[in-house]
Structure formats: structure tokens, C-alpha cells
Design a protein around this ligand. Structure first.
Ligand SMILES: Cc1cc2nc3c(=O)[nH]c(=O)nc-3n(C[C@H](O)[C@H](O)[C@H](O)COP(=O)(O)O)c2cc1C
Length: 326
């Protein structure tokens, strides 16, 4: 029988490569594509607990972020906020939607989030982190996990302190993006810091940052000993990374079939018009490494009709260019 790679509390995780949460990208359609290709579980895009307050429970966009397909399970809802009571109350209520896990974002670097003490801003308040995780561990039925950066800036790389608090206060796994909040995406992710955290903790540590190729997956695992690797940007346009394939090695027929499937899922989820428009940001990435992608890019990015879009995609596989709609 297939053995789980690791557990998040009692939840078995089959596989050790996972799509990282990405606002604007890791929605239900893209998560489903990645999960089918081998991502071992799903994280939602992050959701602001403040937006879930009130009678109507947030905007349509916020509510859409929490919709999932049962086939994605295990599914983790990722939330963020700065107020312990509000985060706890929201997390308790969100259990009604039956996620498997609730994850706390402690990595977002965006100014108006981190500077009010949410996202990576939480790293500056170890006492608040302790209070939050001990309360969540007590109040939630589902396991709670965290995703963190390694500190606020170069002078405050307090990752070991925070990691030990999170684990000691009852979290069941910890994902670590090896950059500080001040780095945003600059410089290289510090895999040594991830390895250090992994050596100190007795809960699964998920390594994250700069994994773009199958070789990177192995290097991250060997370097850090992490239970699983989270892949963000490297999966956009290349969900085959979850099959340990490089984008260059995926043949055109396979690419066309998947682009069509992803588009169909997008249109099912968002409706035909919005689904097509929202797909544009993905298609530019899918076209990389295709022989005729560059010449089709502009036409695809301005195309407004599904049939034209599909004809353009199909033409990636033919020697002759199709007539591009004006
Ligand atoms: C467009 C975008 C949106 C992101 N949104 C989130 C998010 O909602 N929650 C989160 O924890 N991290 C978010 N991240 C960070 C990624 O999950 C990941 O930690 C980071 O991109 C580093 O991993 P990578 O080098 O594999 O991309 C986002 C990253 C990008 C590029």
C-alpha cells in the first residue's frame, strides 16, 4: 500500500511537493490542475480575516477563495490578520466549511498588511504569535499550521525563536520561505535557515523559495531535510513540475491539452467571460518554451472569444500560423 510521505497531525500527506499559496494564482482551477499532476495537497490563496467579518462574510471574491473541490483534499484555508481574537473567531467559524487544515500567513511582505502586524508583521511580536497558536490549538478541531518568512529584516532574523514558539504552542506543520520581509523576492532564499529550523523542530517543516526545476526539488530536500517542498512561481506555466518535469520537456500536444483543460476549469468557476480574461495571466507563462508562443502571445492576450482563443492554442501544434483575429 502507498505510504504517506508525512502527516499533518493525523492527516496523511501522500507526496512531498506542494503548490504554494499564491494570491491571484492558486485558485480552485489552478490548484485542481496542480493537484491532478501531483501536488500533494492544496492551500487556498490567503484570506483577510477582517474581510470575513460581518453578516455577509466578505465580498464575492473573498468567498470564492474558500471554495474547493473535495478531490483537492487535504485542503488548507490560509488566513491572515493582526488581531488574535478576530483570527481565532474567524478560524473557528471557517471550520463550518470543512477545511482539513487552517494555516496562518506569517509571510506576506506587502506594506499595508505587514506594517499593521499581519502577515510577516507577526514575526515582530513573538508573544502575540504564542498567544495565537496556543489559542488556535485549543479552540480548533482541525490542525493549525503556519507559513512564515525568516524574519523582518537582516537585523531581525528571529526565525528560530518564532519556529519554536509556533511548534511549541501546538502547530502541526510549519512552511518556511527562506527570505526576510525586507527582501520581498530579492536575493536568494536562505535554505540554510530552513535546514536549521528543520533540525530544531519535531513537526514537519516544509521548505520554500526558489525551487523551479526538478533538480531544485531534490537539492532543497537534500539541503534542508524538509518533509515537503512548496513551489510557487516555478509552478506558474509549469504545473508539470509536480510530475518532476521541466517545462522544456513537455511536448506541445500535452501542453495544448492542459491549457485547454485549465481554461475550461477557469470558465466553469468564474463564468465564460471572466474565466477567459483571468486566464490571460496564465497563458503568457504556458507559452514560454514553445516554438510559436512568442508570435501568438499578443493575439492570445487580447482575444475575447473562447473559440478564437482555442484555435490559437491549437495552432501551437501546427506548422502553419493560423489567421489571427483582428
Ligand atoms: C503572485 C504571488 C502571490 C502570493 N500570495 C501568497 C499568499 O496568498 N500566501 C502565501 O503564504 N504566500 C504567498 N506568496 C508567496 C509564495 O507562496 C512563496 O512563498 C514565494 O513565492 C516563494 O516561493 P517560490 O520561490 O517557489 O515562488 C505569493 C507569491 C506570489 C509570487
Amino acid at each position: 500500500m502507498l505510504q504517506p510521505s508525512f502527516h499533518i497531525r493525523e492527516i496523511p500527506i501522500y507526496g512531498d511537493v506542494i503548490l504554494s499559496p499564491m494570491d491571484g494564482y492558486s485558485d480552485l482551477p489552478f490548484r485542481s490542475v496542480c493537484r491532478t499532476l501531483g501536488s500533494a495537497m492544496s492551500y487556498t490563496e490567503f484570506v483577510n480575516v477582517d474581510e470575513l467579518q460581518g453578516r455577509h462574510g466578505g465580498s464575492r471574491r473573498t468567498q470564492q477563495k474558500l471554495v474547493f473541490d473535495p478531490a483537492e483534499r487535504p485542503i488548507s484555508f490560509q488566513i491572515y490578520g493582526h488581531d488574535v481574537d478576530r483570527i481565532v473567531r474567524t478560524a473557528v467559524r471557517l471550520q463550518e466549511l470543512q477545511p482539513d487544515i487552517i494555516d496562518i500567513n506569517m509571510g506576506c511582505y506587502v506594506k499595508n498588511i505587514s506594517e499593521r502586524g499581519a502577515g510577516a508583521g507577526m514575526l515582530r511580536f513573538p508573544d502575540r504569535v504564542a498567544q495565537l497558536f496556543s489559542t488556535l490549538a485549543r479552540e480548533l478541531q482541525v490542525p493549525v499550521t503556519a507559513k512564515m518568512r525568516i524574519g523582518w529584516d537582516d537585523n531581525q532574523r528571529n526565525y528560530l525563536e518564532i519556529a519554536q514558539i509556533v511548534a511549541g504552542c501546538g502547530a502541526s506543520a510549519l512552511a518556511v520561505h527562506g527570505r526576510t520581509r525586507a527582501q520581498a523576492y530579492k536575493g536568494a532564499a536562505d535554505w540554510d535557515a530552513i535546514a536549521e529550523i528543520r533540525q530544531q523542530l519535531h513537526i514537519p517543516v516544509l521548505g520554500n523559495g526558489d525551487v523551479r526545476t526538478p533538480a531544485d526539488i531534490r537539492r532543497m530536500q537534500q539541503h534542508t531535510g524538509c518533509a515537503a517542498v512548496l513551489i510557487g512561481r516555478g509552478a506558474i506555466g509549469n504545473p508539470w513540475i509536480f510530475q518532476h518535469k521541466a517545462a522544456e520537456s513537455v511536448n506541445t500536444a500535452e501542453k495544448i491539452a492542459l491549457v485547454r483543460r485549465h481554461l475550461a476549469l477557469n470558465q466553469q468557476f468564474y463564468g465564460a467571460a471572466a474565466g477567459l480574461v483571468l486566464f490571460r495571466k496564465h497563458v503568457a507563462h504556458y507559452l514560454q518554451h514553445t516554438a510559436r508562443g512568442e508570435s501568438l502571445r499578443l493575439a492570445l492576450l487580447t482575444c475575447e472569444h473562447t473559440a478564437d482563443f482555442e484555435a490559437l492554442i491549437e495552432s501551437l501544434g501546427s506548422a502553419q500560423p493560423v489567421a489571427v483575429p483582428a
